[in-house]
Ligand binder design. Structure first.
Ligand SMILES: *Cc1c(COP(=O)(O)O)cnc(C)c1O
Length: 428
């Protein structure tokens, strides 16, 4: 699955460059913001499109001691691919009949929100002959997964403690998730913290001795120290993106975007004024101009909602998607400029070359930056580079043939992983 190519022989239609050095620096910045808590690198959905295994390993190198995924399949794939000893894996999105036994045998911490899940995990642990590591999830107000406070929580905690006394499981964690942590001052934040403390008190009074208590996601890690408890679970911030422009820019928190999405301009041509552009002719050239064809489309994750609005840097200038984004391509009006075919079109990146950011695309498409990076499709190769924590002094153009390994020595190569699933296929 995992090709390694020399960039000089592989000009790419499109690429998502993933700067693992920036990711490591982001992990260090987050640890400095939550110095008394352990850090969980949340790498669900291929690390928000960045590639789960490589990002998990880089995060661990920089000090993350937990790795989190949504589904058990994602966690099992990481386990099979191999993470350093001592790193804890956790997953939380279970459905009845899920791979409980495999997860228990792999030593993965599993989340339990209700009695059906407790029954399935206990049965799996008995069958495996290995105690399960169970984290009880409380719904402190999100209204999504998690056990309701009150009688439901008392029943779940009681049943889990009985199973723990039998040696079938160990309650390793008590945890919850925020609804509005990206809106500082939202009254639900304080309310959820109060309910969380009450639910912790109840469980601990009943005899639970958790290794970790946790509720903070990225926005809470960045803005709410009182929510850090023993562990913070960071997703979007690891990838150098602010959870919301309202709470600040990535730079405000010492974060740097990890993904740069670019494409090679496929065609440049002169057209007269009045020329309709792309499906539906929603853009008509206002006068004689040049058009550039950018060979990525909604099948690659470029949002169709950014038709007529998405920004692209070509030849040092911001251009705007002209007309509709199609499945595989879109067009920009180059205003008479004539870049060579093959010129770089940068859709988004850290922003320090003047390129747009994922946040700019989120605003252009009426969504959040999480969705922009997460949806970049499997057809776009992920090119892993190591910007030595984003400061290696390379020429800034991301030219793969100029990239070296971390020490800058050895042949210039990039790892090309067309799916972003490097090494993980084996586990499936
Ligand atoms: C996705 C997720 C996170 C990470 O959220 P970010 O806002 O990206 O930091 C944390 N906890 C849970 C339960 C999640 O599903």
């Amino acid at each position: 699955m995992n090709e390694t190519v020399t960039a000089a022989t592989a000009p790419l239609r499109a690429r998502a460059e993933i700067d693992l050095g920036a990711l490591r620096a982001n992990v260090r910045a987050l640890r400095a913001l939550a110095p008394d808590a352990a850090l969980m690198a949340v790498v669900k959905s291929q690390a928000y499109g960045h590639g789960a295994l490589r990002c998990a390993r880089a995060a661990v190198e920089a000090g993350a001691t937990w790795v989190g995924t949504a589904t058990p399949e994602e966690a099992l794939a990481l386990h099979a691919a191999g993470l350093p000893d001592g790193v804890r894996l956790m997953c939380w999105l279970w459905t009845p009949g899920g791979p409980w036994r495999e997860a228990v045998e792999a030593g993965i911490d599993v989340s339990v929100s209700g009695m059906w899940a407790l029954a399935e995990v206990t049965a799996a642990a008995r069958a495996a002959g290995v105690p399960a590591r169970v984290q009880l999830k409380a719904d402190t107000g999100l209204g999504r997964s998690g056990c309701q406070p009150g009688e439901d929580w008392a029943e779940l905690v009681g049943a889990a403690l009985r199973a723990e006394r039998e040696g079938v499981l160990r309650v390793t964690g008590l945890w919850s998730h925020f609804a509005c942590a990206d809106e500082p001052g939202h009254p639900s934040i304080a309310a959820q913290l109060t309910v969380f403390r009450e639910m912790l008190d109840h469980a601990e009074a009943a005899g639970v001795r958790p290794e970790v208590r946790h509720i903070a996601n990225s926005p809470a890690t960045l803005t709410l120290p009182e929510s850090h408890f023993d562990l913070v679970r960071c997703g979007i911030a690891l990838y150098g993106i602010s959870p919301s422009p309202e709470i600040g820019t990535p730079a405000d928190f010492g974060l740097r975007p990890v993904m740069t999405l670019s494409a090679s301009v496929a065609l440049v041509k002169h057209v007269p004024g009045g020329h309709g552009v792309s499906y539906g002719h929603h853009y008509v050239t206002p006068g004689a101009t040049t058009l550039g064809l950018v060979p990525v489309g909604y099948a690659d994750g470029v949002p169709r909602h950014a038709s007529g609005t998405g920004p692209v840097l070509v030849g040092g200038k911001w251009r705007t998607v002209a007309g509709r984004v199609a499945m595989d391509q879109f067009v920009v009006d180059l205003g008479g400029d004539e870049p060579e075919p093959g010129a770089e079109a940068v859709l988004f990146g850290p922003g320090d070359r003047g390129e747009p950011t994922a946040e700019d695309w989120a605003q252009a498409a009426g969504t959040i930056a999480y969705e922009i990076v997460t949806r970049i499709g499997a057809r776009v190769p992920r090119v892993y580079v190591d910007g030595q924590d984003g400061r290696d002094g390379r020429d800034g153009r991301g030219a793969p043939e100029k990239l070296g390994g971390p020490g800058g020595d050895g042949p210039a190569r990039v790892d090309l992983d067309p799916t972003g699933h490097a090494d993980e296929g084996r586990a499936r």
